[in-house]
Unconditional design. Sequence first.
Length: 366
Amino acid sequence: MLNKVWVRVAIGLLLAFLLIKYFLEINHIFYPIIVIVNSIALPLLLGGFLYYVTVPLQTFLEKKRVPRWGSLIIIIFLLLLIVTSFVSIVGPILVGQVNSFIDNLPQIQHDFEAYISYALDQREKLPAGVKDSINNGIQKINTYTGALLSNAVVYITKFISTLFLLILVPFFLIYMLKDHDRFIPFIASPFSGSRKKFVVDLFKDIDKTLKSYIQGQVTVSAILGSLLLIGYLIIGLDYALVLALWGMVTNLIPFLGPYLAIIPALVIALIQDPIMVVYVGIIMFVAQQLEGNVITPNIMGKSLNIHPLTVITVILAAGNLGGFFAILIAVPTYAVLKTIVTNFYKHRQDIQLQAQKVVKDQPKSE
């Protein structure tokens, strides 16, 4: 009975659930560790993100016989140059558009509320079920808005503390670029033989998965943001740069990104000129078609090989469990877990094949 795979899997899951249960019951013991992990999680993730963005440049420089310290200096200098250029060139435009948006926010809110009021006045003509759904939606929005305003001080405090944590990001990035080729040998050092090979292959596959996802997603988002900016400038949409940057950032989230990108653009277009809504819709449609059918297939291909329905399920589950931050890391986390499970499954198959081969090669006793 214990030789059957499903029985061993069931026992493993049961033991895992028991460990989780007992860990949650004594989590106060591990509270200091949890605090430390929470403190370094954000700079570590951002440092890792920047590492995968910049490591191709480091590889290129080292192929040109630039020493490791030289490549580090060049990368840090280029990052500072990009940030400085962004602040000095794009910054004033961005700040101007943000200030203009803040100055016009009362009028935008008034106009938007007028549109909403007009739409709500028409709800009496709708069926009872649709009317109840609209009323429930409005009630939830009011509840969320009240909670957001009441916790504004808490959110501002968290934002300031997050800014202090961002100071650690360059240090994580520097040490990752400096010692990344020592990481896998260090992890595999306690093992030997076939187990060492398995650990090395496992972490190489994880590294390949993260590299494919992050580098591909950043490239696709940058191209999409540029397309949106060009389109918004052509039609003369207000706050074009802010909206294009927002679209570029939200596109890092699979599936939900396009919807998050278009909502503020549609609101601004509706207030500026109702006909602009049509133009924005056309621009977003063309950009998404290019992104889905031309850009993404050629840049990312099927490197992750994750079904779209799985992506939707993972994102929805992450949103309920951890909010917006969990949504950002949900797909790469799932891809890494899938890589780990796949490698363990292949390793188990290799052990079984090797065992069967040994049995077949044994001479028969006379």
